[in-house]
Design a protein around this ligand. Structure first.
Ligand code: AGP
Length: 604
């Protein structure tokens, strides 16, 4: 999704902006641009596609001494990914970059057009700069004109604006999209839409709140809240550990992230399991007191982790649990009762729909918890309590290690609540704790399996679709396997509960329909097997994943013999991730940045 950087200082502004944008690349984008104001003159460059195209365009452009600059990676919402639609957008003498959506842009555009303003792009963003320049002419001082403009916008935004009428200033506003300002000992000021571009450049950062706007100059950071009251920045130390993931010999970040799962899962468990109990020291001790129901809300892969969690919470903690897709929950006027713990799950902590449901739950007075991979993200700052998944930076757009750590956290949390409520015998909690300790070893990629999947992948490049099927927690895993394949191979894949086949989907069965069947030895094996046999009898091509040999399968991917279905879950998860990876590589796709997708979906 879109990314923003900004800089005021004496260093090489062009390089700083481009380096910052590179750190945001993993979020997904389809065009990029920068605007630099130096000695009263603007230089503006835009390019469609990857950042190398922008680098190529700016190769003869140099900046030295004092300058202000803004940069942007765009993920198209209004208007196609073209150079004209790429940010920064120009007015007469100002440039703007924007993340989010201006909902009333059509009305503003109409009024501006009637006044003779000519629009160059199809974006919602362009209205911001024209509206600002209209207000500037009324006449208002630049900051007053900016404040007035912000007051006229509806929707979600993180905005940076630079103007010739105040050439040493960057104006900013934040509402619903993340934005940070950073400082360092050299008196430089940086902006970014997430921490990553600032690590190594800034010592301290301030996270803007929704409704904040203001300006930054070499001497001052002026922040105003939504009522126009000036407030002091609240600086926090920024981590110096760049963790800037390099591929380390792997072909793609996704592959590296699949292989890293063993290490990050060990980190996720660290300090949270002892022989007899699960500990979450970060949780308020009374978080589950009086809670009669858990509601889980998320999108995409995080939703699949939530769905898995719903089985575990009911099975272990004996607590009523429901799961919601955030984009649906937002608008269906849900009933929220105060004895519900509202849990949002998000790798990024910035997904617009999920964030909005968290706000709704807070407004309704529910206790809230976030399971998240990014500390200081919007959701972590907003929720009453947070559990960090400790997966490290995930660069591949297709989530792998984040999902693994989410499920591990949920497994632990279900046992933690079971311990509090005494809903499972102590011995059972202790047994499951021993199993949890085995998870890091279980997800280690087995070389032979990876080799087999590399070879097998060539048989699955055509056909009219894939069914991924499983029962119980293997149903959300099937959904996740299908999503992984869809995201990076662009092949049609659906996940189903195995028992649903005969209620309709089996009509599609023929040799060109590939069924990836999850057959765990320790969860409803016989029942799942009969469902697969029904598909096999109708000539669907079957690829079975199991510890138990299965003679009806056309292809068989063996997993190790495990003691419990949850360990089988984690082993099968790795198989499905590698299968999607290898099919995508064979098809020649960009595994880490698949078409049309963004890492962090900060618009609804
Ligand atoms: C997963 O591979 C995705 N690309 C996507 O479904 C993602 O899980 C979803 O957009 C939610 O993101 P979040 O976890 O950052 O909230």
């Amino acid at each position: 999704m879109c990314g923003i950087v900004g800089y005021i200082g004496n260093k090489n502004t062009k390089e700083i902006l481009l380096e910052g944008l590179k750190e945001l690349e993993y979020r997904g984008y389809d065009s990029a641009g920068i605007a630099v104001l130096q000695n009263g003159t603007f230089s503006n460059y835009k390019a469609v596609g990857k950042l190398v195209n922008l680098e190529e365009k700016t190769k003869d452009f140099t900046t030295k001494d004092f300058a202000v600059g803004i940069g942007h990676t765009r993920w198209a919402t209004h208007g196609k990914p073209t150079e004209l639609n790429a940010h920064p957008h120009l007015g007469e003498s100002s440039y703007v970059v924007h993340n989010g959506i201006i909902e009333n842009y059509a009305e503003l555009k109409k009024e501006l057009t009637q006044k003779g303003v000519v629009f160059l792009s199809q974006t919602d963003t362009e209205v911001i700069v024209h509206q600002f320049e209209k207000n500037l002419k009324t006449p208002l001082e630049p900051f007053e004109a900016f404040a007035k403009t912000i007051g006229e916008l509806q929707g979600a935004y993180a905005i940076l604006l630079v103007t010739k009428s105040q050439p040493e200033t960057i104006y900013f506003a934040k509402h619903g999209s993340p934005m940070i300002v950073g400082i360092n000992a050299e008196n430089e000021k940086y902006f970014a839409s997430s921490d990553t571009p600032l690590i190594g450049q800034c010592s301290d950062v301030h996270y803007f709140e929704d409704g904040d706007y203001g300006y930054v100059t070499p001497k001052e950071i002026a922040i105003f809240d939504k009522s126009g009251i000036k407030k002091q920045p609240l600086f926090k130390k920024l981590s110096t550990n760049k963790l800037s993931a390099q591929k380390e010999g792997y072909r793609f970040f996704m592959e590296k992230e699949i292989y890293e799962q063993s290490v990050v899962l060990a980190d996720t468990l660290m300090g949270r399991i002892s022989d007899k109990e699960i500990r979450f020291d970060e949780l308020p001790h009374d978080l589950f007191e009086g809670v009669q129901e858990i509601k889980l809300c998320a999108c995409g892969t995080s939703y699949h982790a939530a769905l898995t969690a719903s089985y575990l919470f009911e099975r272990h903690a004996k607590i009523k649990t429901s799961v919601e897709i955030a984009s649906e929950f937002r608008y269906r006027e849900p009933i929220m009762s105060k004895d519900t713990l509202f849990v949002v799950i998000s790798q990024s902590g910035e997904t617009a729909d999920t964030l909005e449901t968290l706000k709704m739950a807070k407004e309704a007075g529910l206790k809230t918890l976030v399971i998240c991979n990014v500390d200081n993200s919007s959701m972590v700052r907003l929720a009453d309590a947070a559990i960090l998944t400790r997966a490290g930076i995930e660069k591949g757009v297709a989530s792998t290690k984040a999902f693994a750590t989410q499920v591990a956290v949920f497994w632990m949390l279900s046992l933690y609540v079971a311990g509090e409520r005494k809903s499972l015998p102590k011995e059972e909690i202790e047994r499951q704790i021993t199993l949890l300790r085995e998870v890091p070893a279980t997800v280690k990629v087995d070389d032979a399996t990876h080799e087999q999947l590399k070879r097998l992948s060539k048989r699955y490049l055509h056909g009219h679709g894939f069914f991924f099927i499983g029962r119980d927690v293997f149903y959300p895993l099937a959904l996740e396997g299908a999503l992984k394949l869809k995201e990076i191979s662009y092949l049609h894949a659906e996940g189903y509960p195995s028992g649903e086949m005969k209620h309709g989907p089996i009509a599609l069965a023929d040799p060109e329909l590939f069924t990836i069947a999850l057959l765990p030895q320790h969860m409803l094996y016989e029942k799942a097997k009969s469902n697969v046999e029904e598909l096999s009898a109708r000539d669907s091509t079957i690829c079975a994943v199991s510890a138990v040999a299965f003679d009806k399968a056309d292809d068989f991917i063996p997993i190790g013999v495990c003691k419990d279905y949850m360990l089988e879950f984690f082993e099968m998860m790795v198989v499905l991730q590698l299968l999607a990876l290898e099919i995508s590589i064979r098809l020649g796709n960009d595994v880490d940045m698949p078409r049309n997708l963004a890492k962090s979906v900060t618009v609804e």
